[in-house]
Design a protein around this ligand. Structure first.
Ligand code: COA
Length: 700
């Protein structure tokens, strides 16, 4: 049984602040509970009244009969904490605090909210809000909100951070025939938050689809955990608004700059199987598709249309949104040829042409739906004088019954002429849109979810047992002892080596003679680089010399670098000169990490070199739980993958080594939360193996 079972289906409900005065929120809530048909006991609480709306009124919470599971509180903010305490003492389990004037109004409000939460925690009360509209459950049924109406019964749970949006959506849904299982306004999320409600909806037998509108996440790790489990059972569609500036930290690294502020949400949602809607329109387009359609077996879409233009628009949308145009079997094409006019297009899109009547649609739909190369189907209709849109709708509805495994959507373009036909479809569980793009958007959502379900749930996180954590910890300690946060190249190279990330060994020389000695050890030719955490762009200040092949060149190089750097930056703290073997040229890649406050370390992979920020050919994943398959997907999302496969006759690169390097970097940043930023750029990828040339690490 869900922890919130008695919250949504209480034995008795109290309304604290219930009022006789029409227009007061405490009046609306009481009336809504009564009118919703709620079967449990309803207890108004108000010290001034003995009866409200025909119900006996209690002067205080302490006087309530036993067995009250939920108290809805609608009294001014100053009195809420005391009432919550009374509720706790009276054995009430859940609170719905409608009252505003908490965290959202500033520091005093935040203090008040903290005290309220402490009281809830003390009594083990779970609280929705404060500052919310309340909740509805159409199965119970109960409407414990002050919204103007009750939701229609349906299989969609809607969870919203915005109360205003809740009431607006409710009104809109009534007009558009969308029903809900649960309707929850989260408010300030002091206690119950999106993860709790998603988890509950996941276990609710009346809920098929979970929709969520959110502006922020309370606990990123928990949301991911809950969503990963829940999305295996039902689709979760989330519209996230508000680009969080706190998301990715202000960054000096390439990865930080490229991660931007929204990438963490995008990545977290994708990795946990959440379908992300970009607009409110898309959220509900997806909702109606998920609520009524099966999940397609693949991405191949068939189009049946009576006009060319919309067919092309739809084909474009299919390509753009990552779906594929179905290629019919020969049998389908032969069958279509036998029944359609000579002018008709037999290949996808099937154009039954402008003079088509409903029968022609029936014929074409039946043929394409039986084709094994078709995973889903969209019917397009433009109103003509010879076509009865309602008759076409009935044909689609009948086809649905005999092809239950293939999603079917429609786009009826027009207005008054198609209205009745569109309404017939919607009422019979076929989503009908005004234009093709949202219809294809909905099919794309179904298909993305289908692909998520195919990924095995139990894939292990990639981990390596041969890493040397102690070595890394000791390097970090030295850096801290030196009162630095940026590691020198030699230190970063040491960290990489400890985690067996192949790198061009970098060692620090403090004198020209020491540099020569080290050059002989690592082998000529070598590279010299100035070692100073204060110099980010070493080449710009003459701080790098490459291809030094003799002792004399190394000696001279050492002196020249020091001369140049002290001339440009006389005050820079210089630790010496780093000596590194000159590595053969490889394909230049980047692996990086930036840390998101909510979702933890984000790993970036892409094309490296000096044009990283310009090309932006990168992809991201959360380091937490990162699997081999996800790393492979990451590679596949970049254009770099074309180079890695061997572009224009080049030999392919060692993808296995890249996957391992990404996996090891992810483990490093998971093991050491003090790493705030990390860039390996360039990382030379070879036919066999790879080498990190420049490793930059910043710690907190
Ligand atoms: N126990 C029981 N009843 C109490 C009480 C208590 N401790 N304290 C007050 N009451 C009664 C009042 O006497 C009043 O009853 P009455 O109408 O018979 O006089 C009733 O509760 C309401 O109190 P009142 O002082 O009239 O407040 P209000 O109704 O004007 O405002 C809120 C209360 C909660 C609606 C208001 O403070 C508020 O927060 N409004 C914004 C709500 C909102 O927007 N929420 C977020 C949506 S997204």
């Amino acid at each position: 049984m869900s922890a919130l079972e008695s919250f949504f289906n209480p034995r008795a409900v109290a309304v604290v602040g219930a009022s006789k005065t029409a227009g007061k929120i405490g009046h609306s809530i009481l009336r809504n509970i009564i009118l919703s048909g709620y079967q449990g006991s309803i207890y108004p609480v108000n010290p001034k009244e003995t009866e409200i709306e025909g119900l006996a009124c209690y002067p205080a919470v302490s006087q309530l009969p036993a067995g009250t599971d939920v108290a809805v509180i609608s009294i001014p903010a100053a009195g809420v904490t005391a009432v919550a305490d009374e509720c706790g003492r009276a054995g009430i389990k859940h609170l719905i605090v409608i009252t505003a004037g908490f965290r959202e109004v500033g520091r005093d409000g935040l203090e008040l909210e903290k005290r309220l939460l402490e009281v809830c925690r003390h009594h083990g009360l779970r609280m929705l809000g404060p500052n919310c509209v309340g909740m509805m459950d159409t199965a119970t049924p109960i409407n414990a909100t002050f919204a103007a109406s009750f939701a229609n019964k349906g299989e969609t749970a809607f969870i919203s951070q915005s109360g205003a949006l809740c009431v607006a959506i409710l009104d809109w849904s009534a007009k558009n025939g969308l029903g809900f299982s649960k309707f929850v306004s989260l408010g300030n999320k002091a206690d119950l938050n999106e993860a709790d409600l998603i988890e509950d909806a996941g276990g609710d037998p009346n809920t098929k689809v979970i929709l969520c509108y959110m502006e922020s996440v309370v606990d990123g790790a928990r949301l991911i955990d809950v969503a990963k489990r829940t999305s295996r059972r039902k689709p979760i569609v989330i519209m996230k608004s508000g680009i969080s500036q706190a998301g990715a930290q202000a960054a000096s690294s390439h990865t930080g700059a490229l991660a931007g502020s929204d990438v963490a949400y995008e990545t977290a949602f994708r990795q946990s199987g959440i379908i992300r809607a970009r607009t409110m329109g898309e959220l509900f387009d997806l909702a109606s598709a998920f609520a009524t359609q099966p999940i397609p077996a693949g991405r191949r879409v068939a189009i049946v249309t009576n006009s060319g233009g919309p067919g092309i628009i739809t084909s474009d949308a299919i390509e753009t949104l990552g779906l594929r145009m179905a290629r019919f079997t020969k049998e389908t094409i032969d069958a279509l040829r036998s029944g359609l006019p000579a002018e008709a297009n037999l290949y996808n899109p099937v154009d039954v042409i402008g003079d088509a009547n409903a029968d022609r649609y029936r014929f074409a739909l039946e043929r394409v739906l039986t084709d094994e190369n078709v995973d889903s189907c969209i019917t397009l209709l433009s109103p003509t004088a010879v076509l009865d849109a309602v008759a076409v709708s009935d044909i689609i509805i009948a086809a649905r019954a005999s092809h239950r495994d293939k999603p079917m959507v429609a786009a009826y373009m027009g207005g008054a002429k198609v209205e009745e036909g569109a309404a017939r479809l919607t009422a019979n569980g076929i989503p009908c849109y005004d234009f093709p793009e949202p219809a294809i958007g909905a099919l794309a959502g179904l298909s993305r979810y289908g692909e998520h379900l195919k990924v095995p749930a139990d894939e292990p996180m990639l981990t390596y047992g041969d890493v040397d954590r102690a070595a890394v910890a000791s390097i970090f300690q030295e850096v801290r002892n030196d009162r630095r946060v940026v590691l020198l190249g030699s230190e970063a190279s040491g960290v990489a080596s400890a985690y067996r990330i192949p790198n061009a060994t970098t060692v620090l020389a403090r004198t020209p003679e020491a540099a020569v000695k080290l050059a002989e050890q690592v082998g000529y030719p070598v590279v010299l680089k100035v070692a100073s955490p204060e110099i980010l762009h070493k080449t710009d200040v003459g701080g790098v010399k490459i291809k030094l092949a003799t002792a004399e060149a190394v000696r001279q190089g050492f002196i020249d670098i020091l001369d140049a750097v002290t001339r440009y930056l006389p005050n820079a703290r210089i630790y010496g000169i780093e000596v590194q073997p000159m590595m053969p040229q490889g394909t230049e890649l980047i692996i990086g990490m930036s840390r998101d406050l909510q979702f933890g370390p984000l790993i970036m992979f892409g094309l490296g070199g000096i044009y990283v920020n310009l090309l932006k050919d990168v992809s991201f994943r959360l380091a937490e739980g990162l699997t081999r398959r996800e790393i492979l997907d990451m590679l596949g999302e970049t254009k770099a993958v074309t180079l890695l496969r061997g572009f224009r006759g080049e030999t392919p690169r060692d993808t296995g080594a890249i996957i391992e390097a990404v996996g090891r970097v992810a483990q490093l940043v998971r093991d050491f939360p003090q790493i705030t930023e990390l860039d390996i750029n360039p990382l030379f990828s070879y036919e066999r193996g790879l080498s990190a040339l420049d490793v930059k690490i910043t710690i907190s």
